[in-house]
Design a protein around this ligand. Structure first.
Ligand code: NAP
Ligand code: BGC
Ligand code: ZN
Length: 357
């Protein structure tokens, strides 16, 4: 079967020919429909994050997948079910405590592998296998958008952690500030505009730009970080009850503290490269304490976040997917899916079409 992978030391993905996987007992064989590409895939390709499985010379890419069950003997799944796989798998044969508790998303790096990212092959192949417990059912009418369930689930978890950190008092994010107009940032803006009175989204692009169009059509306000740095947002606009960092720009983790209103919380999602810089640690520490502010880091997501994400996808405005998914590429000519540029918001590699199976 065809697969798209990155070889050790290479700087661009390649089409690979691999044997079709055989499902073990308790596993499903899934025919892949679509696999999305995000900032993490670019970090993996650049060699800045993750690695191939131990002892192997390549990594099959892809962690945002949707597919259709081909066979799943001995499971509750049936041929034809539309499913989305979760990303994390236990290292070694036995599940550790995190996996046994169903909290793989809380495992630190040494206690988990990530399919398509770190130490385990991903889903960018015509077929993949997965244990039933790591597959989440998706209604067939969402099959073509099912690749958005994983990134949406990442936001579901981060917003849950942020709200949990404010659960001991009356808190509602009336004002939210999303840092980053990449795919994760825009998906999160689409979620937040339903609940917050005012949503701001920070980028560094000139108009005309399709991400700014999406931000404004969602009813949010674009903030250009070149004119208004994160720490100036309270002065130029207003302080934020919630900051959602999705730039991977390490300074934003600290500047978020200054953008928050008293009692606010910032969820950090970016995965930056090492970078040494100066901050006024005393002032930021004081700011956190005297204004009851919180910072929470959040990575990955669990089955319940995937389930919440399925519901959330249904609530997106009808126009959103068409404006947001800018590049659908057949898997044999996948090149454009990995090209970054101002006109490409979210790209997806298509292996099969649900309606044509
Ligand atoms: P992405 O497509 O690379 O988006 C990042 C966006 O931030 C880009 O649009 C970029 O603008 C913008 N940006 C970067 N630095 C900026 C700055 N200084 N000022 C204003 N805008 C800035 O990545 P993504 O897929 O949306 O993911 C966002 C981040 O979250 C990445 O670091 C990724 O690794 C991480 N992530 C984490 C998780 C998790 O579980 N924690 C899950 C998914 C992704 P330009 O495009 O104009 O350069
Ligand atoms: C993926 C997560 C993963 C994280 C860190 C994200 O892009 O969506 O599932 O845990 O990267 O590798
Ligand atoms: Zn991702």
């Amino acid at each position: 079967m065809d697969a798209i992978g990155i070889e050790r030391g290479a700087d661009e993905p390649r089409l690979l020919e691999l044997p079709r996987p055989e499902p073990a007992p308790g596993e499903a064989l899934v025919e892949t429909l679509r696999v999305g590409v995000d900032g993490t895939d670019h970090e993996v390709i650049a060699g800045n994050h993750g690695s191939p499985p131990d002892g192997e010379d390549h990594l099959v890419l892809g962690h945002e997948a949707v597919g259709v069950v081909e066979t799943a003997p001995g499971t509750d799944l049936e041929a034809g079910d539309v499913v989305v796989p979760t990303v994390r798998r236990p290292p070694g044969d036995d599940p550790n405590d995190y996996f046994e508790r169903g909290e793989a998303d809380m495992a630190p790096p040494g206690a988990t592998l990530e399919r398509g990212i770190d130490g385990a092959h991903g889903f960018m192949s015509e077929y993949f296998t997965s244990p039933e417990e790591y597959l989440v059912a998706v209604p067939p009418d969402l099959a073509s958008l099912g690749f958005l369930v994983e990134p949406m689930s990442v936001s579901e978890k981060a917003l849950e952690l942020a709200a949990a950190a404010r659960s001991s008092f009356e808190w509602r994010p009336e004002t939210a500030l999303v840092l980053g107009n990449g795919a994760l940032g825009l998906l999160t803006v689409a979620v937040l505009v339903d609940d917050a009175d005012e949503v701001y989204c920070l980028g560094r692009r000139d108009r005309p730009d399709p991400t700014i169009d999406v931000i404004e059509r969602l009813g949010a306000t674009y903030v250009d970080s070149r004119e208004t740095p994160v720490s100036a947002v309270p002065e130029v606009h207003e302080p934020a009850d919630l900051v959602y960092e999705a730039t991977g720009h390490a300074r934003h983790a600290f500047e978020s503290i200054e953008a928050l209103a008293p009692g606010g919380v910032a969820a950090l999602l970016g995965v930056p490269d090492p970078w040494t810089f100066e901050v006024d640690g005393g002032r930021l520490h004081e700011e956190l304490v005297l204004n009851n502010k919180a910072l929470v880091g959040s990575v990955n997501s669990g089955v319940r976040h995937f389930e919440a994400a399925v519901d959330r996808l249904r609530e997106l405005p009808r126009w959103f997917p068409e404006s947001f998914v800018t590049e659908v590429t057949p898997h044999r000519s996948f090149g454009p899916a990995f090209r970054r540029g101002p006109t490409n918001i979210k790209s997806v590699v298509e292996f099969a079409r649900y309606e044509e199976r």
